[in-house]
Write a protein that binds this ligand. Structure first.
Ligand code: 3UK
Length: 513
């Protein structure tokens, strides 16, 4: 790829076209409703969908929110929009309504494409947004997704209008305070994650059968289940169900999956389940990201299956993994070394470059970095500093050049591989009628993985703590993405505070271990 000029390039066209001559009849995607699509069929449907979208007056650089479960329609929609120069914004299907309202307003999207089972959740939003076009994966809403995919239009060469550095798609990323940030990614970034990480580290090839437990709306899932397999003409298995030990092992066994991508919590759940190792015998390699993989989980997985799990750190801002262990060189409990094509540096609080064996903040330079956040100039300036992108992570590098995670530099926690702000959980708890004050901190579970714990001061004395815990959990699950609920509660009389009244969360953390 030409590094200096900004050449004509369309990410969707590239990912499809590279398979059309060599691989037309190969199955690109299979989903858990037994829908299958070959590369050639994908090509036709993407082109048709791209044209249909333009025919309904959705134009280059317009934004379209995509709130869909993983199925074969997802790649058609995502790639079809990109093909047309329209910008898909992939969003989590589990968010509370207020987050969707924010994203609709923030992005000024023209349309939203939604899986049909979410119809009731979007009812209020439909009533409030008469200018937004609702497209459902069913017969409800303004337009039916299938009709846009099936309609046989005459096709123009509309993919031929974009450049490699144009914005191709957005993903939303969350911070400890404030609203989610639209993270703007270029056309060229998708293939960069494949040619650096997937090719060099995973040695992906066309015989691989990929399965990502992380959904396509996450940067992690998008690379694992779409970019990487398409980059080499492999097959990707999509699953709309929630990843549980049962659903995941079933998919792996049924489809003879070779490359599996999960988060540490799922590896722990698989190892704690009674599932037979014979269900995993097709695997050649597994990958973990989203949060640090504790050394003991690596060892247990290797002992259980004789298969390695490569821990690597990625981010929504960098699009995929930029520091990773490799097949031949694994340090359990560490993230490994920079992926070829990426550079890492550690920066001290005073801005100087840290030496080996010093804990400092990690910055990354690499070809798949987002350009900026949408409409957040201050936050963009802090994170995207010329060629270097700040991660918000503290790391240490040893004399061999191996990087080990030492915690976040901000207040965020990673739970089941996803961001949780302790403040949002506290705010949700505080809206419950029994709660006077709440403080939320990270606590390690028996697998050494972080989950939220809440300390609560109640308004009134409570006779049935177990019942109250269930009520509080349900209350939090209704207001936030459900996985953010506290796994433990402690009812206390006082919370440790500074003279100015700020909660001293670090004191609660040390109380606990
Ligand atoms: C943390 C890790 C230690 C770290 C992601 C793979 O997780 C992804 O993106 P997010 O934007 O979060 C980024 C933050 O998560 N993290 C991720 N992986 C690891 N910490 N070890 C790890 N292996 O704090 C990072 O800054 O949700 C993961 C690929 C693409 C991704 N977007």
């Amino acid at each position: 790829m030409n590094k200096i000029n900004n050449e004509k390039y369309n990410a969707a066209y590239d990912l499809i076209n590279r398979n059309i001559l060599s691989n037309p009849d190969k199955i690109a995607f299979i989903d858990n409703n037994n829908n299958k699509i070959t590369y050639n069929e994908l090509f036709k449907k993407v082109k048709t969908f791209a044209q249909s979208i333009r025919n309904i007056d959705i134009n280059p650089n317009d934004r379209v929110l995509v709130c869909m479960d993983d199925s074969i329609n997802y790649p058609i929609v995502f790639l079809g929009l990109i093909w047309a120069g329209v910008i898909p914004i992939c969003i989590n299907t589990m968010l509370p309504v207020k987050d969707y309202q924010y994203m609709i307003k923030d992005s000024e999207a023209k349309a939203i494409i939604i899986s049909s089972h979410l119809i009731s959740k979007f009812k209020i939003i439909e009533d409030e947004n008469s200018n937004l076009l609702f497209i459902y994966d069913s017969d409800k809403g303004d337009l039916n997704l299938d009709s846009l995919i099936q309609k046989n239009n005459k096709t123009m060469e509309i993919h031929n209008e974009s450049f490699e550095k144009d914005i191709a798609f957005w993903l939303y990323s969350s911070g400890s305070t404030g609203s989610p940030k639209g993270t703007l990614h270029m056309h060229k970034s998708l293939i960069e994650t494949a040619s650096n990480y997937a090719k060099e580290i995973l040695k992906i090839n066309k015989h691989d059968i990929c399965f990502s437990a992380a959904k396509l709306f996450f940067a992690y899932g998008l690379g694992n289940a779409l970019t990487f397999p398409m980059s080499v003409g492999a097959t990707s298995i999509l699953m709309s169900d929630r990843p549980t030990p049962e659903s995941v092992s079933h998919i792996i066994q049924k489809n003879a999956v070779t490359l599996f991508f999960g988060v540490p919590t799922l590896y722990a759940a698989l190892l704690n389940s009674k599932i037979s190792h014979s269900l995993f015998k097709s695997l050649r390699l597994s990958v973990s990201a989203g949060e640090a993989l504790p050394a003991n989980l690596y060892e247990k997985w290797y002992k259980f299956l004789g298969i390695k799990v490569l821990d690597g750190i990625g981010s929504t801002e960098m699009l995929h993994i930029f520091i990773s262990n490799t097949i031949d060189n694994i340090t359990p409990g560490a993230s490994g070394k920079p992926v070829p094509g990426y550079e890492a540096r550690l920066i001290n609080d005073d801005g100087s470059i840290a030496s080996d064996n010093q804990i400092a903040e990690l910055e990354i330079k690499g070809p798949s970095s987002a350009v900026s956040y949408w409409n957040k100039p201050e936050k963009s300036k802090v994170t995207f500093n010329a060629e270097w992108t700040r991660t918000g992570d503290k790391y240490i590098r040893d004399t061999r050049g191996i990087y080990t995670y030492c915690g976040r530099a901000d207040d965020m926690m990673k739970v089941s591989g996803q961001y949780v702000s302790p403040f949002e959980v506290e705010a949700a708890l505080q809206t419950h009628e029994e709660v006077l004050e709440a403080a939320v901190v990270a606590k390690k579970d028996k697998d050494n993985l972080i989950k939220p714990k809440a300390f609560i001061i109640l308004k009134n004395q409570c006779n049935d703590e177990e019942m109250l815990k269930t009520k509080l959990t349900n209350h939090v699950k209704k207001q936030l993405t459900p996985f953010k609920y506290p796994r433990w509660y402690e009812f206390v009389e006082v919370l440790p505070k500074t003279a100015t009244g700020k909660i001293q969360r670090y004191k609660l953390r040390t109380n606990d271990d």
